[in-house]
Design a protein around this ligand. Structure first.
Ligand code: PLP
Length: 379
């Protein structure tokens, strides 16, 4: 066996090892998922037709009607510039496999969802981190960005809105990223899975598509649509790059599932599409209000930059424990799961997902508050 260092995907390893069987699971990043029956009702799916779906290999790059619908959401995009993948996860993996050559570096922001960067590190490419600044509402460190990008930079990776902060890039930060990429001819890979989950207002986070010629967009049904179990995502970009990714897709998975493509096609047809997003926003808004109300019970302990989008809050805490100790005590003593900030490279925080049914959320938060009190009392 070759002796190489493998970097596991810390957040997903933590989730896959811990989340099953826990009663109060506040560790997920999406909204409370829909049931199949819920989707059938909401999208008024004709069950007789659905039942006649052949469980065959689907079109490998994705069902034509589905790719048409997705392309229509991005001005100037073509269906051949869209590939359907097994979640955004596969799209991120294919991007790295398609674009990176030995010696290339990629520039990423921290804290973020470290899937693309982890894949790059495991291929031996250098990852350069640029911090997001909490005191400035998670704005990017513009000087660090300038210093990080050089002529070996092949990708600048953005997650917008971001996981775990829920921050939407300001117009100024977007311009800085585009200017930095243009300076060296790098690609901007924009993971936009949280677009549509805005907490205030109904204006959807603007896509990077169309803002620069070297842009690849990653998106999926998992977050704004509340359908993570479909395991269906997409990669959008110039047709030649998508064709190269398709060759990697044949190795990675051949295709996403036939049934998932059918269901996604229904979910993305209006009015189902708008209804699903409205449902996500409702859950996100109520959930965040409940979270802040409950955390305010302890003065000076918790603080959070309000997320502009997503079901997640990256909560800062002032307690004499590490983020890992706090989350492991919550799990063992209170049957409740949150993700420690250390999994995102940031101590003194935890990621909490609150877009869940209110009764369940309040019951779980009462447990979190009980442990907080115990720690404050030295227990
Ligand atoms: C930013 C980001 N990208 C991609 C994914 C994976 O999404 P999918 O379920 O579509 O594979 C996640 C999941 O948490 C995420 O937060």
């Amino acid at each position: 066996m070759p002796q190489s260092i493998y970097h596991p995907f810390k957040v997903e390893q933590f989730l896959s090892e811990m989340e099953h069987g826990v009663t109060y699971n506040f560790s997920e990043s999406g909204v409370h998922p829909m049931s199949l029956q819920g989707l059938v009702d909401l999208a008024e799916i004709d069950m007789d037709r659905l039942m006649k779906t052949m469980i065959d290999y689907p079109q490998v790059n994705g069902k034509q009607a589905l790719r048409d619908k997705i392309a229509a959401c991005y001005p100037g995009a073509t269906a051949d510039g869209v590939m359907i993948t097994v979640g955004a996860t596969e799209a991120n993996t294919l991007v790295v496999a398609t674009l990176l050559e030995p010696g290339d570096n990629i520039v990423c922001f921290r804290p973020t969802y470290e899937q693309l960067s982890g894949n790059a590190r495991n291929r031996g490419n250098e990852v350069r981190w640029v911090n997001l600044i909490e005191e400035e509402d998670w704005a990017i460190d513009a000087t660090a960005l300038e210093q990080a990008v050089d002529d070996k930079t092949r990708i600048i990776h953005v997650v917008n809105p971001n996981n775990p902060t829920g921050r939407v890039l300001s117009v100024q930060d977007r311009r800085r990223i585009i200017a930095a990429a243009a300076r060296v001819g790098a690609w901007i890979v924009a993971d936009e899975v949280y677009a549509g989950t805005e907490r205030e207002g109904d204006v959807e986070t603007a896509s990077f598509w169309g803002s620069y010629d070297r842009v690849l967009i990653v998106n999926s049904m998992s977050k704004a649509y509340g359908l993570p179990g479909l395991r269906l995502g997409w990669l959008l970009g110039p047709e030649d790059v998508i064709a190269q990714s398709w060759r990697r897709h044949e190795y990675a998975s051949i295709a996403a599932s036939m049934l998932s493509m059918e269901l996604a096609d229904h979910a993305l047809a209006e009015p189902a599409r708008s209804k699903l997003k409205a449902r996500a926003r409702r859950l996100i808004r109520t959930g965040f209000d409940v979270l802040t109300e409950e955390l305010a019970r302890h003065q000076g302990v918790f603080d959070v930059v309000p997320p502009q989008a997503s079901a997640m809050s990256f909560v800062r805490f002032n307690l004499p424990v590490t983020s890992e100790e706090f989350s492991m005590r919550l799990l063992r003593e209170k049957d409740l799961l949150v993700i420690p900030g250390s999994n995102f490279g940031v101590e003194g925080h935890f990621r909490f997902s609150s877009a869940l049914p209110e009764g369940h959320l309040r019951a779980g938060l009462a447990r979190l508050n009980a442990l907080t009190l115990e720690i404050l009392e030295g227990r």
